[in-house]
Design a binder for this molecule. Structure first.
Ligand SMILES: *Cc1c(COP(=O)(O)O)cnc(C)c1O
Length: 497
Protein backbone atom coordinates (compact mmCIF):
# COMPACT_ATOMS: atom_id res chain seq x y z
CA UNK A 1 0.00 0.00 0.00
CA UNK A 2 1.13 3.49 -0.75
CA UNK A 3 2.90 4.86 2.30
CA UNK A 4 1.18 8.21 2.19
CA UNK A 5 -2.32 6.78 1.94
CA UNK A 6 -1.59 4.25 4.68
CA UNK A 7 -0.37 7.01 7.00
CA UNK A 8 -3.50 9.04 6.32
CA UNK A 9 -5.73 6.05 6.98
CA UNK A 10 -4.04 5.28 10.28
CA UNK A 11 -4.39 8.89 11.28
CA UNK A 12 -8.05 9.05 10.28
CA UNK A 13 -9.07 5.74 11.82
CA UNK A 14 -7.28 6.20 15.11
CA UNK A 15 -8.35 9.78 15.78
CA UNK A 16 -9.64 10.11 19.35
CA UNK A 17 -13.42 10.06 19.51
CA UNK A 18 -13.79 8.31 16.17
CA UNK A 19 -16.38 5.55 16.29
CA UNK A 20 -15.80 2.17 14.75
CA UNK A 21 -12.52 0.57 13.87
CA UNK A 22 -9.38 1.38 15.88
CA UNK A 23 -6.02 -0.05 15.00
CA UNK A 24 -4.57 -2.05 17.89
CA UNK A 25 -1.74 -0.33 19.77
CA UNK A 26 0.72 -2.99 18.67
CA UNK A 27 -0.18 -2.91 14.98
CA UNK A 28 2.67 -3.34 12.55
CA UNK A 29 3.07 -0.72 9.88
CA UNK A 30 3.76 -2.75 6.71
CA UNK A 31 5.48 0.22 5.08
CA UNK A 32 7.78 1.07 7.96
CA UNK A 33 11.53 0.69 7.53
CA UNK A 34 12.98 -2.37 9.32
CA UNK A 35 13.69 -1.77 13.01
CA UNK A 36 16.95 -2.12 14.93
CA UNK A 37 19.33 -0.86 12.27
CA UNK A 38 18.50 -3.72 9.87
CA UNK A 39 18.96 -2.78 6.29
CA UNK A 40 16.29 -3.67 3.81
CA UNK A 41 17.74 -6.21 1.35
CA UNK A 42 18.75 -4.77 -1.99
CA UNK A 43 16.84 -6.33 -4.88
CA UNK A 44 18.80 -6.31 -8.14
CA UNK A 45 17.14 -4.12 -10.79
CA UNK A 46 16.89 -7.09 -13.15
CA UNK A 47 14.59 -8.84 -10.69
CA UNK A 48 12.30 -5.91 -10.03
CA UNK A 49 8.97 -6.05 -11.82
CA UNK A 50 8.42 -3.61 -14.65
CA UNK A 51 4.67 -3.20 -14.28
CA UNK A 52 2.54 -2.94 -11.15
CA UNK A 53 0.83 -6.18 -10.02
CA UNK A 54 -2.57 -6.80 -11.56
CA UNK A 55 -4.45 -6.99 -8.27
CA UNK A 56 -8.24 -7.00 -8.29
CA UNK A 57 -9.54 -3.65 -7.15
CA UNK A 58 -12.91 -3.57 -5.53
CA UNK A 59 -14.60 -2.14 -2.51
CA UNK A 60 -14.84 -3.87 0.83
CA UNK A 61 -18.55 -4.63 0.46
CA UNK A 62 -17.95 -6.55 -2.78
CA UNK A 63 -15.19 -8.56 -1.12
CA UNK A 64 -17.34 -9.32 1.92
CA UNK A 65 -20.23 -10.45 -0.29
CA UNK A 66 -17.94 -12.54 -2.45
CA UNK A 67 -16.51 -14.51 0.46
CA UNK A 68 -19.78 -14.80 2.35
CA UNK A 69 -21.57 -16.13 -0.71
CA UNK A 70 -18.75 -18.52 -1.41
CA UNK A 71 -18.90 -19.87 2.15
CA UNK A 72 -22.60 -20.63 1.77
CA UNK A 73 -21.91 -22.72 -1.36
CA UNK A 74 -20.22 -25.23 0.87
CA UNK A 75 -22.11 -28.15 2.39
CA UNK A 76 -21.24 -29.92 5.62
CA UNK A 77 -22.78 -31.79 8.53
CA UNK A 78 -23.34 -28.41 10.20
CA UNK A 79 -25.45 -27.28 7.19
CA UNK A 80 -27.68 -30.26 6.59
CA UNK A 81 -28.32 -34.00 6.58
CA UNK A 82 -25.34 -35.93 5.18
CA UNK A 83 -26.28 -39.63 4.80
CA UNK A 84 -23.05 -40.58 3.00
CA UNK A 85 -22.81 -44.33 3.59
CA UNK A 86 -19.49 -45.72 4.82
CA UNK A 87 -18.30 -42.26 5.92
CA UNK A 88 -20.13 -41.85 9.26
CA UNK A 89 -20.88 -38.16 8.84
CA UNK A 90 -22.16 -37.73 12.40
CA UNK A 91 -22.38 -34.40 14.16
CA UNK A 92 -19.01 -33.32 15.53
CA UNK A 93 -19.53 -31.77 18.96
CA UNK A 94 -17.95 -28.32 19.20
CA UNK A 95 -16.34 -29.11 22.55
CA UNK A 96 -13.91 -31.32 20.56
CA UNK A 97 -12.85 -28.30 18.51
CA UNK A 98 -12.29 -26.26 21.64
CA UNK A 99 -10.13 -29.00 23.17
CA UNK A 100 -8.07 -29.61 20.02
CA UNK A 101 -7.65 -25.88 19.48
CA UNK A 102 -6.41 -25.18 23.00
CA UNK A 103 -3.61 -22.68 22.68
CA UNK A 104 -1.10 -24.93 24.42
CA UNK A 105 -1.85 -27.79 22.00
CA UNK A 106 -1.95 -25.52 18.98
CA UNK A 107 1.44 -23.97 19.73
CA UNK A 108 3.35 -27.26 20.09
CA UNK A 109 5.95 -27.96 17.44
CA UNK A 110 6.43 -31.60 16.32
CA UNK A 111 10.15 -31.44 17.14
CA UNK A 112 9.69 -30.18 20.70
CA UNK A 113 11.75 -32.33 23.12
CA UNK A 114 9.66 -34.94 24.92
CA UNK A 115 10.43 -33.53 28.37
CA UNK A 116 8.53 -30.33 27.55
CA UNK A 117 5.45 -31.98 25.95
CA UNK A 118 4.56 -34.42 28.73
CA UNK A 119 0.89 -33.37 28.59
CA UNK A 120 0.65 -34.13 24.86
CA UNK A 121 2.32 -37.49 25.34
CA UNK A 122 -0.02 -38.26 28.24
CA UNK A 123 -2.95 -37.46 25.96
CA UNK A 124 -1.56 -39.79 23.28
CA UNK A 125 -1.04 -42.54 25.86
CA UNK A 126 -4.51 -42.13 27.38
CA UNK A 127 -6.19 -42.34 23.97
CA UNK A 128 -4.06 -45.36 23.06
CA UNK A 129 -5.25 -47.12 26.24
CA UNK A 130 -8.91 -46.15 25.61
CA UNK A 131 -8.79 -47.51 22.05
CA UNK A 132 -7.15 -50.73 23.27
CA UNK A 133 -10.04 -51.18 25.69
CA UNK A 134 -12.66 -50.36 23.02
CA UNK A 135 -11.06 -52.65 20.42
CA UNK A 136 -10.10 -55.48 22.76
CA UNK A 137 -6.48 -55.15 21.66
CA UNK A 138 -3.24 -55.20 23.66
CA UNK A 139 -1.71 -52.06 22.19
CA UNK A 140 -2.33 -49.27 19.69
CA UNK A 141 -0.22 -46.88 17.65
CA UNK A 142 -1.89 -43.59 16.75
CA UNK A 143 0.69 -42.70 14.11
CA UNK A 144 -1.12 -43.49 10.81
CA UNK A 145 -2.91 -40.56 9.20
CA UNK A 146 -6.06 -42.26 7.82
CA UNK A 147 -7.95 -45.52 7.58
CA UNK A 148 -6.14 -46.52 4.40
CA UNK A 149 -2.80 -45.62 5.99
CA UNK A 150 -3.79 -47.77 8.98
CA UNK A 151 -4.56 -50.69 6.65
CA UNK A 152 -1.13 -50.39 5.05
CA UNK A 153 0.55 -50.15 8.47
CA UNK A 154 -1.44 -53.13 9.80
CA UNK A 155 -0.52 -55.26 6.78
CA UNK A 156 3.13 -54.29 7.21
CA UNK A 157 2.90 -55.41 10.86
CA UNK A 158 1.44 -58.73 9.64
CA UNK A 159 4.27 -59.18 7.13
CA UNK A 160 6.86 -58.37 9.80
CA UNK A 161 5.26 -60.97 12.09
CA UNK A 162 5.37 -63.73 9.44
CA UNK A 163 8.93 -62.78 8.45
CA UNK A 164 10.08 -62.89 12.09
CA UNK A 165 9.03 -66.56 12.17
CA UNK A 166 10.80 -67.36 8.93
CA UNK A 167 7.37 -67.88 7.33
CA UNK A 168 8.13 -65.80 4.27
CA UNK A 169 5.99 -67.53 1.61
CA UNK A 170 2.83 -65.72 2.70
CA UNK A 171 2.15 -63.34 -0.16
CA UNK A 172 -1.67 -63.21 -0.39
CA UNK A 173 -4.40 -61.23 1.31
CA UNK A 174 -7.99 -62.44 1.09
CA UNK A 175 -10.56 -59.66 0.76
CA UNK A 176 -14.37 -60.04 0.47
CA UNK A 177 -16.05 -58.78 -2.72
CA UNK A 178 -18.03 -56.32 -0.58
CA UNK A 179 -14.82 -54.67 0.77
CA UNK A 180 -13.99 -50.98 0.54
CA UNK A 181 -11.60 -50.22 -2.33
CA UNK A 182 -8.85 -49.23 0.08
CA UNK A 183 -8.53 -52.89 1.27
CA UNK A 184 -7.21 -54.34 -2.01
CA UNK A 185 -5.31 -51.11 -2.68
CA UNK A 186 -3.50 -51.26 0.68
CA UNK A 187 -2.69 -54.94 0.16
CA UNK A 188 -1.20 -54.15 -3.25
CA UNK A 189 0.87 -51.27 -1.84
CA UNK A 190 2.12 -53.60 0.91
CA UNK A 191 3.41 -55.88 -1.88
CA UNK A 192 0.76 -58.56 -1.33
CA UNK A 193 -1.44 -60.27 -3.87
CA UNK A 194 -5.21 -59.79 -3.53
CA UNK A 195 -7.58 -62.76 -3.62
CA UNK A 196 -11.32 -62.10 -3.57
CA UNK A 197 -13.79 -64.13 -1.54
CA UNK A 198 -17.49 -64.11 -2.47
CA UNK A 199 -20.47 -62.97 -0.47
CA UNK A 200 -23.58 -65.10 0.02
CA UNK A 201 -27.04 -63.83 -0.99
CA UNK A 202 -27.56 -62.65 2.61
CA UNK A 203 -24.54 -60.32 2.21
CA UNK A 204 -22.14 -62.14 4.55
CA UNK A 205 -18.85 -63.74 3.59
CA UNK A 206 -19.26 -67.22 2.08
CA UNK A 207 -17.36 -69.51 4.46
CA UNK A 208 -17.44 -72.37 1.92
CA UNK A 209 -15.85 -70.12 -0.70
CA UNK A 210 -13.19 -69.03 1.82
CA UNK A 211 -12.15 -72.48 3.06
CA UNK A 212 -10.33 -73.72 -0.07
CA UNK A 213 -8.48 -70.40 -0.41
CA UNK A 214 -6.70 -70.81 2.92
CA UNK A 215 -3.20 -72.26 2.81
CA UNK A 216 0.38 -71.38 3.74
CA UNK A 217 0.57 -68.64 1.07
CA UNK A 218 -2.05 -66.49 2.84
CA UNK A 219 -0.78 -63.70 5.10
CA UNK A 220 -4.14 -62.35 6.24
CA UNK A 221 -7.88 -62.14 5.73
CA UNK A 222 -9.25 -58.58 5.85
CA UNK A 223 -12.81 -58.15 7.05
CA UNK A 224 -15.15 -55.30 7.88
CA UNK A 225 -17.83 -55.89 10.51
CA UNK A 226 -20.60 -54.88 10.13
CA UNK A 227 -19.62 -55.15 6.48
CA UNK A 228 -20.13 -52.44 3.88
CA UNK A 229 -23.71 -53.68 3.32
CA UNK A 230 -24.42 -52.91 6.98
CA UNK A 231 -24.79 -56.64 7.73
CA UNK A 232 -23.24 -58.09 10.87
CA UNK A 233 -20.88 -60.96 10.01
CA UNK A 234 -21.99 -63.67 12.43
CA UNK A 235 -19.43 -66.26 11.35
CA UNK A 236 -16.33 -64.39 12.48
CA UNK A 237 -15.35 -66.86 15.26
CA UNK A 238 -15.55 -69.78 12.79
CA UNK A 239 -13.67 -67.82 10.11
CA UNK A 240 -11.02 -66.78 12.67
CA UNK A 241 -10.50 -70.41 13.68
CA UNK A 242 -10.03 -71.50 10.05
CA UNK A 243 -7.69 -68.59 9.30
CA UNK A 244 -5.56 -69.19 12.39
CA UNK A 245 -5.36 -72.92 11.66
CA UNK A 246 -3.92 -71.98 8.27
CA UNK A 247 -1.31 -69.83 10.03
CA UNK A 248 -2.71 -66.54 8.70
CA UNK A 249 -3.90 -63.52 10.69
CA UNK A 250 -7.26 -61.74 10.87
CA UNK A 251 -7.34 -58.03 9.97
CA UNK A 252 -10.29 -55.88 11.05
CA UNK A 253 -11.17 -52.81 8.98
CA UNK A 254 -12.65 -50.66 11.75
CA UNK A 255 -14.34 -48.07 9.55
CA UNK A 256 -17.65 -49.58 10.65
CA UNK A 257 -16.89 -49.77 14.36
CA UNK A 258 -19.60 -47.18 15.08
CA UNK A 259 -22.55 -49.59 15.58
CA UNK A 260 -20.50 -51.90 17.85
CA UNK A 261 -18.97 -49.17 19.98
CA UNK A 262 -18.71 -50.38 23.58
CA UNK A 263 -20.97 -53.38 22.82
CA UNK A 264 -18.67 -55.84 21.04
CA UNK A 265 -14.90 -55.91 20.50
CA UNK A 266 -12.99 -57.06 17.42
CA UNK A 267 -10.29 -58.52 19.70
CA UNK A 268 -12.87 -60.80 21.36
CA UNK A 269 -14.09 -62.02 17.94
CA UNK A 270 -10.64 -63.29 16.96
CA UNK A 271 -9.14 -60.37 15.05
CA UNK A 272 -5.37 -59.93 15.47
CA UNK A 273 -4.82 -56.49 13.91
CA UNK A 274 -7.25 -53.63 13.37
CA UNK A 275 -7.51 -49.98 12.52
CA UNK A 276 -10.00 -47.36 13.67
CA UNK A 277 -11.00 -44.32 11.62
CA UNK A 278 -10.97 -41.69 14.37
CA UNK A 279 -12.44 -39.07 12.02
CA UNK A 280 -15.50 -41.28 11.45
CA UNK A 281 -16.39 -43.04 14.70
CA UNK A 282 -14.80 -40.50 17.03
CA UNK A 283 -16.11 -37.36 15.34
CA UNK A 284 -13.72 -35.09 13.48
CA UNK A 285 -15.18 -33.00 10.66
CA UNK A 286 -13.86 -34.78 7.56
CA UNK A 287 -14.42 -35.06 3.85
CA UNK A 288 -12.76 -34.12 0.63
CA UNK A 289 -9.63 -35.99 1.66
CA UNK A 290 -9.00 -35.08 5.25
CA UNK A 291 -8.15 -34.62 8.02
CA UNK A 292 -7.95 -38.14 9.34
CA UNK A 293 -6.34 -40.52 11.77
CA UNK A 294 -6.15 -44.31 11.48
CA UNK A 295 -4.74 -45.81 14.69
CA UNK A 296 -3.72 -49.48 14.45
CA UNK A 297 -4.25 -51.98 17.27
CA UNK A 298 -2.71 -55.41 17.71
CA UNK A 299 -3.36 -58.37 19.97
CA UNK A 300 -0.81 -59.46 22.56
CA UNK A 301 2.35 -60.79 20.94
CA UNK A 302 2.31 -58.43 17.95
CA UNK A 303 3.28 -55.24 19.84
CA UNK A 304 6.99 -55.55 18.98
CA UNK A 305 6.16 -54.97 15.31
CA UNK A 306 4.17 -51.74 15.73
CA UNK A 307 5.84 -48.80 14.00
CA UNK A 308 8.33 -46.52 15.74
CA UNK A 309 8.21 -44.37 17.71
CA UNK A 310 5.84 -45.51 20.44
CA UNK A 311 4.81 -43.58 23.52
CA UNK A 312 5.50 -45.44 26.76
CA UNK A 313 4.76 -44.60 30.36
CA UNK A 314 7.55 -44.94 32.91
CA UNK A 315 7.91 -44.08 36.59
CA UNK A 316 9.72 -40.81 37.27
CA UNK A 317 12.06 -40.22 40.22
CA UNK A 318 9.32 -38.46 42.22
CA UNK A 319 6.79 -41.26 41.61
CA UNK A 320 4.98 -39.27 38.90
CA UNK A 321 4.60 -40.89 35.47
CA UNK A 322 7.04 -39.83 32.78
CA UNK A 323 6.15 -40.38 29.12
CA UNK A 324 8.87 -41.30 26.69
CA UNK A 325 9.25 -42.01 23.00
CA UNK A 326 10.50 -45.53 22.51
CA UNK A 327 12.17 -46.99 19.43
CA UNK A 328 12.01 -50.79 19.36
CA UNK A 329 14.48 -52.88 17.33
CA UNK A 330 11.95 -55.27 15.68
CA UNK A 331 9.45 -52.53 14.93
CA UNK A 332 8.57 -51.15 11.55
CA UNK A 333 10.26 -47.91 10.75
CA UNK A 334 8.22 -44.81 11.24
CA UNK A 335 5.05 -44.53 9.13
CA UNK A 336 4.53 -40.82 9.69
CA UNK A 337 6.73 -37.80 10.18
CA UNK A 338 5.31 -37.18 13.64
CA UNK A 339 3.17 -39.03 16.17
CA UNK A 340 0.23 -38.82 13.77
CA UNK A 341 -2.53 -36.28 13.44
CA UNK A 342 -2.46 -34.79 16.90
CA UNK A 343 -5.53 -32.54 16.58
CA UNK A 344 -7.72 -35.44 15.40
CA UNK A 345 -6.45 -37.52 18.33
CA UNK A 346 -7.32 -34.68 20.72
CA UNK A 347 -10.86 -34.51 19.30
CA UNK A 348 -11.27 -38.28 19.66
CA UNK A 349 -10.21 -38.26 23.31
CA UNK A 350 -12.48 -35.30 24.00
CA UNK A 351 -15.37 -37.22 22.39
CA UNK A 352 -14.65 -40.40 24.38
CA UNK A 353 -14.33 -38.58 27.70
CA UNK A 354 -17.37 -36.36 27.16
CA UNK A 355 -19.65 -39.27 26.21
CA UNK A 356 -18.22 -41.65 28.80
CA UNK A 357 -18.88 -45.37 28.91
CA UNK A 358 -22.68 -45.09 28.92
CA UNK A 359 -22.78 -42.45 26.21
CA UNK A 360 -20.54 -44.48 23.93
CA UNK A 361 -22.79 -47.51 24.39
CA UNK A 362 -25.79 -45.53 23.13
CA UNK A 363 -24.11 -44.70 19.82
CA UNK A 364 -24.51 -48.12 18.17
CA UNK A 365 -28.15 -48.82 19.07
CA UNK A 366 -29.24 -45.32 17.97
CA UNK A 367 -27.30 -45.52 14.68
CA UNK A 368 -28.87 -48.95 14.08
CA UNK A 369 -32.38 -47.73 14.93
CA UNK A 370 -32.06 -44.74 12.58
CA UNK A 371 -30.77 -46.84 9.69
CA UNK A 372 -33.52 -49.44 10.04
CA UNK A 373 -36.17 -46.72 10.32
CA UNK A 374 -35.09 -45.10 7.04
CA UNK A 375 -34.71 -48.49 5.32
CA UNK A 376 -38.15 -49.77 6.28
CA UNK A 377 -39.79 -46.41 5.44
CA UNK A 378 -38.39 -46.36 1.90
CA UNK A 379 -38.45 -49.99 0.78
CA UNK A 380 -41.82 -49.59 -0.97
CA UNK A 381 -40.15 -47.24 -3.51
CA UNK A 382 -36.52 -48.41 -3.44
CA UNK A 383 -35.24 -51.91 -4.13
CA UNK A 384 -33.87 -53.63 -1.04
CA UNK A 385 -31.59 -56.44 -2.24
CA UNK A 386 -30.85 -57.85 1.20
CA UNK A 387 -33.59 -58.57 3.71
CA UNK A 388 -33.25 -58.46 7.47
CA UNK A 389 -32.08 -56.05 10.14
CA UNK A 390 -29.12 -53.89 9.15
CA UNK A 391 -26.69 -52.20 11.49
CA UNK A 392 -25.71 -48.53 10.99
CA UNK A 393 -26.19 -48.43 7.20
CA UNK A 394 -27.85 -50.23 4.32
CA UNK A 395 -27.83 -50.39 0.53
CA UNK A 396 -30.69 -50.02 -1.94
CA UNK A 397 -30.28 -51.24 -5.51
CA UNK A 398 -31.78 -48.07 -6.99
CA UNK A 399 -35.46 -47.36 -7.54
CA UNK A 400 -37.87 -50.28 -7.49
CA UNK A 401 -39.60 -49.04 -10.65
CA UNK A 402 -36.91 -48.91 -13.33
CA UNK A 403 -39.30 -48.41 -16.29
CA UNK A 404 -38.33 -44.74 -16.82
CA UNK A 405 -34.58 -45.47 -16.55
CA UNK A 406 -34.11 -43.08 -13.66
CA UNK A 407 -30.78 -44.14 -12.15
CA UNK A 408 -29.18 -43.89 -8.73
CA UNK A 409 -27.04 -41.01 -10.04
CA UNK A 410 -30.22 -39.11 -11.02
CA UNK A 411 -31.78 -39.69 -7.59
CA UNK A 412 -28.57 -38.56 -5.87
CA UNK A 413 -28.44 -35.34 -7.93
CA UNK A 414 -32.13 -34.61 -7.36
CA UNK A 415 -31.52 -34.84 -3.58
CA UNK A 416 -29.12 -31.88 -3.90
CA UNK A 417 -32.02 -29.70 -5.08
CA UNK A 418 -33.71 -30.44 -1.77
CA UNK A 419 -30.70 -29.45 0.34
CA UNK A 420 -29.47 -32.94 1.24
CA UNK A 421 -26.02 -34.32 0.68
CA UNK A 422 -26.27 -37.37 -1.59
CA UNK A 423 -25.81 -40.87 -0.18
CA UNK A 424 -22.83 -42.94 -1.35
CA UNK A 425 -23.58 -44.21 -4.85
CA UNK A 426 -22.35 -47.16 -6.93
CA UNK A 427 -20.57 -48.67 -3.93
CA UNK A 428 -20.45 -51.47 -2.88
CA UNK A 429 -19.91 -53.00 -6.31
CA UNK A 430 -22.21 -55.95 -5.62
CA UNK A 431 -25.25 -54.22 -7.15
CA UNK A 432 -25.57 -52.16 -10.33
CA UNK A 433 -27.45 -49.25 -8.74
CA UNK A 434 -26.06 -49.18 -5.18
CA UNK A 435 -27.39 -46.32 -3.06
CA UNK A 436 -25.82 -46.56 0.38
CA UNK A 437 -27.42 -44.67 3.25
CA UNK A 438 -25.93 -44.09 6.72
CA UNK A 439 -28.04 -41.71 8.79
CA UNK A 440 -25.83 -41.90 11.96
CA UNK A 441 -27.00 -41.69 15.55
CA UNK A 442 -26.94 -37.92 15.79
CA UNK A 443 -29.96 -37.20 13.55
CA UNK A 444 -33.42 -36.57 14.96
CA UNK A 445 -36.59 -38.35 13.86
CA UNK A 446 -37.79 -35.05 12.33
CA UNK A 447 -34.72 -34.86 10.10
CA UNK A 448 -35.12 -38.49 9.05
CA UNK A 449 -38.83 -37.95 8.32
CA UNK A 450 -37.97 -34.95 6.12
CA UNK A 451 -35.45 -37.02 4.17
CA UNK A 452 -37.87 -39.96 3.81
CA UNK A 453 -40.57 -37.62 2.45
CA UNK A 454 -38.18 -36.18 -0.14
CA UNK A 455 -37.01 -39.66 -1.21
CA UNK A 456 -40.68 -40.62 -1.73
CA UNK A 457 -41.25 -37.41 -3.71
CA UNK A 458 -38.30 -38.22 -5.97
CA UNK A 459 -39.63 -41.74 -6.57
CA UNK A 460 -43.01 -40.22 -7.55
CA UNK A 461 -41.30 -37.68 -9.85
CA UNK A 462 -39.34 -40.55 -11.43
CA UNK A 463 -42.66 -42.10 -12.45
CA UNK A 464 -44.58 -38.96 -13.36
CA UNK A 465 -41.99 -36.42 -14.58
CA UNK A 466 -38.80 -38.47 -15.10
CA UNK A 467 -37.05 -35.71 -17.08
CA UNK A 468 -37.21 -33.44 -14.05
CA UNK A 469 -35.16 -35.97 -12.09
CA UNK A 470 -32.82 -36.82 -14.95
CA UNK A 471 -31.90 -33.17 -15.51
CA UNK A 472 -31.26 -32.45 -11.82
CA UNK A 473 -29.74 -30.65 -10.04
CA UNK A 474 -31.52 -27.43 -10.93
CA UNK A 475 -30.54 -25.06 -8.16
CA UNK A 476 -26.98 -25.79 -7.11
CA UNK A 477 -24.10 -23.39 -7.90
CA UNK A 478 -22.57 -25.99 -10.23
CA UNK A 479 -25.01 -28.21 -12.06
CA UNK A 480 -23.52 -30.75 -14.45
CA UNK A 481 -19.77 -31.10 -14.16
CA UNK A 482 -18.05 -33.58 -16.43
CA UNK A 483 -17.30 -36.25 -13.80
CA UNK A 484 -14.80 -38.11 -15.96
CA UNK A 485 -12.83 -34.99 -16.88
CA UNK A 486 -12.90 -33.85 -13.25
CA UNK A 487 -11.37 -37.16 -12.16
CA UNK A 488 -8.83 -37.41 -14.98
CA UNK A 489 -7.81 -33.75 -15.26
CA UNK A 490 -8.51 -32.11 -11.92
CA UNK A 491 -7.93 -28.36 -11.81
CA UNK A 492 -5.92 -27.94 -8.66
CA UNK A 493 -4.23 -24.60 -9.05
CA UNK A 494 -5.68 -21.11 -9.07
CA UNK A 495 -3.85 -20.26 -12.32
CA UNK A 496 -5.80 -22.86 -14.26
CA UNK A 497 -9.20 -21.49 -13.24
C1 LIG B 1 -13.64 -44.98 4.97
C2 LIG B 1 -13.32 -46.40 4.83
C3 LIG B 1 -12.00 -46.83 4.65
C4 LIG B 1 -10.84 -45.87 4.39
O1 LIG B 1 -10.63 -44.95 5.38
P1 LIG B 1 -9.97 -43.52 5.11
O2 LIG B 1 -9.83 -42.94 6.46
O3 LIG B 1 -10.90 -42.79 4.21
O4 LIG B 1 -8.64 -43.77 4.44
C5 LIG B 1 -11.74 -48.18 4.64
N1 LIG B 1 -12.73 -49.09 4.77
C6 LIG B 1 -14.03 -48.71 4.91
C7 LIG B 1 -15.09 -49.77 5.06
C8 LIG B 1 -14.37 -47.36 4.94
O5 LIG B 1 -15.64 -46.99 5.06
Amino acid sequence: MNREIYGKLVFELSRPGRRGYRLPDNHIDPCAAPQGGEKAPEIPASLLRQTPPDLPECDELTVVRHYNNMSTNNFGVDTGFYPLGSCTMKYNPKINEEMAGHKLFASVHPSTPETSVQGCLEMYHTLQAALSEIGGMAEFTLNPFAGAHGELTGLMVIRAYHDSRGDSGRCKVIVPDSAHGTNPASAAVAGLEVVEVKSRPDGTVDVDDLRPLLDNTVAAVMMTNPNTLGIFEKNIPEIARMVHEAGALMYYDGANLNPMLGMARPGDMGFDVMHINLHKTFSTPHGGGGPGSGPVGVRAGLEPFLPNPRVIKTDGADGKPVYKLSVAPDALGSVSATLGNFAVQARALSYILSLGREGLMEVGPLATLNANYVKESLRDDYLLPIEGVCKHEFVFDGLRDKSEHVTTLHVAKRLLDHGYHAPTIYFPLLFHESLMIEPTETESKETLDGFIAVMHDIAREARETPDLVKSAPHNTPVTHPDDTAAALHPVVTFDQL
